[in-house]
Design a protein around this ligand. Structure first.
Ligand SMILES: [Zn+2]
Ligand SMILES: [Zn+2]
Length: 772
């Protein structure tokens, strides 16, 4: 018989024993050692331990001291822990004389939260740099506060045998530290040292060399000589070269088949970041925080970075070293490295040595490898800061698999996400677990990576979904996977319209499910309810999140040749001009950019309507305007034309006076195009036109919003990675008194889609449950 109590309500000197169940991120973050130390400091007895579900504590002593213990459990908890709730019962005293950490217990339904990987902490960096420390320059140094977690865990409870550190038995000294309560490695599962840890090695042309000094000298020599080295990191491989060496970066571009898309950089320290970018206080906190993401920041004019690193854009994406191996990389060789995902374009990240040898062998000149397995791939996260708020571009390492908290418990739902920038999402209780970034699902390798990641997450959580959710698009491979999985398992599958899911993801991350919102979902491509290509939608969603009504959209136009138009913004420009009745204009750069034969093909497609899809995509509108202004006619990566248009607009001193009009529920571009052409002919600088276009779109969108009876507006979809448009539209709407929601936890792009699918799925599953 036990009694639930408010932990703060009982005070006094009578001896009491409480059983406490602590839920949240409490494994692998030094929580049990913290509990033990706190109990012993207060002179309390009892025990604590892990099970699959929680940390359990039994604590005995004077009731006033126990009350102090309960308070400090929350206030002094380790930095990486997240306590979701503590359930407390009073039980019979047992007269223990000590406080112990007891063995982990397995339960049938594992339900703990897993910590993300954490960048090397300051204490470990200090030891790493201390020649008298026994872990001086150890490539795998870590402690209870830092190191690998998500990417080494193979099962729960989180103990060494259930990690990829299992093959490395601790040496006598490491064991002593592991068992010593006062040590900062007490019960830290992945710890090791030079004697017992994994080993690094250098591999070139099939020849391997060992010994940390030799290995790092080879790596530094290779980088200094302009070579490309594939480096095995925490969640996968990076392709690395000297960021200042044009020839090296150009070689990496050609071998990786990635002509233009900006490369991420890793800088030796914050000083180097400050030399190449304008770094705000928030940027600095993000760069140096536990996650160590890639942060996009305005670039300075600098010779430290080769122009080939980020052509056509005004930002660099930079991160700081986040593993000891990265710190070794910067003890010699260049101070600034290109650090791009270890894969060829459109393929998934390599995270296994043999796979890397095969797939990266033609790209890298040499390999820096080690013999610790990566349990699950995890790409670097990408964030940027706009108007003082974080805008996630890719939520992955350092964040996954942390859940997004939902306001109330609900059914278990698996949402399979989108086709590009894929993540999936599993809900359980009041958590939505969004996977690490899996990327584009076009290849078989990607689909395999998707399948194994789904298997890992559902296994760790020991759950079977009650419902599967996929996008409406009949061609998405994730939808096909969900259909096959549904057929095989009997689990029901529902599909959700793309932009509806975007709006729902925004509501979910703000804890605002149940709010009626006018969602502005602007993106590249999403399958519409009328089977056309949507992407410039105003959707009224809620108060029931399952309900969405399309109340406005961009003026539709023909997209000639489908994907061919996406790769060739000049063709989109031709389509926009055609729609606006502005044909046979020969003096425009977008017209000149088309080959004569291509021009005839596009003209005939548009005239006959063959191989054309009707679209309302704002992403494509950006592409077309970018080409019309002569900024970008051919795109080698997604949204290149729009990204370069935004970068150009940010250089403008003033905006050209452009307008888009509203007719019925449509935002129209036809008169805007005529005005742009007129201004170009009069010699208006294209930067001013680029900025004027951003204003015109923001103003017209806000105007259409004002015609609707709502108080809350949400901005979502990949187009809202454009910070200029985001800022202009947000300000315009806020000035009109609207509450404006924007993304701060999951990306506005398709990387956030699975969260929206999942919460709509939960609402559907709840209803299904009520019926059956
Ligand atoms: Zn540490
Ligand atoms: Zn050791």
């Amino acid at each position: 018989m036990s009694t639930q109590v408010d932990p703060e309500s009982v005070v006094g000197t009578t001896v009491q024993r409480r059983r406490m169940i602590v839920r949240g991120i409490v494994q692998g973050v030094g929580f049990r050692p913290f509990v033990a130390k706190l109990a012993r400091d207060l002179g309390l007895s009892g025990h604590c331990g892990n099970d699959d579900y929680c940390v359990f504590i039994e604590i005995e002593g004077p009731s006033a001291t126990i009350a102090a213990f309960a308070t400090r459990l929350r206030t002094d908890a380790p930095p990486l822990s997240v306590i979701v709730d503590i359930h407390t019962d009073i039980v019979a005293a047992q007269g223990d004389t000590s406080f112990d950490i007891v063995d982990s217990r397995h339960r049938a339904d594992a339900r703990t939260l897993i910590s993300p990987d954490v960048a090397t902490c300051a204490d470990c960096v200090r030891e790493f740099n201390d020649p008298t420390d026994r872990r001086y320059l150890h490539p795998f140094i870590n402690c209870t506060n830092c190191g690998p977690r998500f990417t080494v865990i193979t099962d729960l409870p989180y103990d060494r045998p259930a990690t990829t550190m299992a093959p490395f038995p601790m040496c006598a000294q490491c064991l002593i530290e592991y068992h010593m309560p006062s040590n900062r490695r007490y019960h830290a599962q992945p710890i090791s040292c030079h004697a017992c840890g994994p080993r690094i090695y250098f591999e070139q042309a099939g020849r391997q060399e060992f010994g940390d000094d030799v290995v790092m000298r080879r790596v530094h020599d290779a980088l200094d000589a302009g070579r490309i080295v594939a480096v095995k990191g925490l969640g996968g491989f990076h392709l690395v070269c000297d960021a200042a060496n044009s020839a090296a970066v150009a070689r990496l571009r050609s071998r990786k088949r990635r002509p233009d898309k900006p490369f991420a950089l890793m800088a030796a320290d914050l000083g180097v970041v400050g030399a190449i970018c304008e770094v705000s206080d928030i940027d600095e906190r993000l760069l140096a925080g536990a996650a160590h993401p890639i942060v996009l920041m305005k670039r300075r004019s600098t010779t430290l970075v080769a122009t080939e690193v980020a052509p056509g854009v005004d930002e660099f994406g930079v991160m700081l070293p986040y593993t000891p191996l990265h710190h070794l990389l910067f003890r010699g060789g260049p101070r600034l490295l290109v650090m791009t995902s270890g894969n060829a374009s459109d393929e998934p990240l390599c995270f296994d040595n043999d796979d890397a040898r095969q797939r990266l062998g033609a790209i890298a000149d040499a390999f820096l490898l080690h013999d610790r397995k990566i349990a699950v791939p995890c790409e670097d996260s990408v964030l940027t800061v706009t108007d003082g708020a974080v805008l996630p571009i890719r939520r992955s390492r350092g964040y996954a698999p942390l859940p997004v908290l939902l306001p109330e418990p609900g059914p278990v739902v698996l949402a399979v996400g989108a086709e590009v920038k894929n993540t999936f999402c599993l809900t359980r209780e009041n958590y939505a677990f969004c996977s690490a970034h899996l990327g584009d699902m076009g290849s078989l390798e990607s689909q395999r990576a998707f399948e194994s990641s789904v298997a890992q997450l559902t296994t760790l959580h020991r759950v079977t979904p009650q419902l599967l959710v996929a996008d409406d698009h009949p061609g998405y491979s994730t939808r096909h996977w969900a259909q096959r999985h549904s057929d095989a398992s009997g689990i029901e599958l529902r599909t959700v319209q793309h932009h509806h899911a975007h709006v729902a993801s925004l509501l979910a991350e703000h804890g605002r499910l149940g709010t009626k919102v006018l969602g502005i979902a602007f993106d590249g491509t999403g399958y519409g309810c009328d089977r056309t290509v949507w992407g410039g939608e105003l959707l009224e969603v809620g108060p029931d999140v399952r309900d969405a009504v399309r109340v406005g959209h961009l003026q539709p136009f023909w997209l000639p040749g489908g994907d061919a138009a996406v790769r060739n913004p000049a063709r989109v420009a031709a389509a926009l001009l055609h729609e606006a009745g502005l044909i046979d204009i020969d003096d425009l750069p977008c017209t000149a950019a088309l080959e004569p034969v291509e021009r005839r093909l596009v003209a005939s497609q548009l005239r006959e309507g063959t191989a054309c899809a009707r679209t309302t995509s704002v992403g494509r509108l950006f592409d077309g305007v970018s080409s019309l202004l002569g900024v970008c006619h051919r795109a080698s990566y997604e949204a290149q034309a729009a990204v370069e248009l935004e970068a150009l607009a940010r250089t403008a001193g003033s905006a050209a006076p452009l307008r888009m009009t509203i007719e019925g529920n449509e935002i129209r571009f036809d008169s805007l195009l005529a005005d742009v052409i007129g201004e170009m002919r009069e010699g208006r600088p294209i930067a001013e036109l680029a900025l004027g276009f951003h204003y015109a779109l923001a103003d017209a969108t806000a105007e259409l919003v004002r015609r609707h009876d709502v108080s809350t507006v949400g901005l979502t979809g990949g187009v809202f990675q454009n910070r200029l448009l985001l800022r202009l539209l947000r300000k315009n709407l806020q000035d009109s008194g609207f509450e404006v929601l924007t993304h701060e936890k999951v990306p506005p792009n398709d990387g956030g889609l699975s969260l929206g699918q999942a919460v709509i799925g939960r609402a559907i599953a709840r209803e299904m449950g009520a019926i059956t």
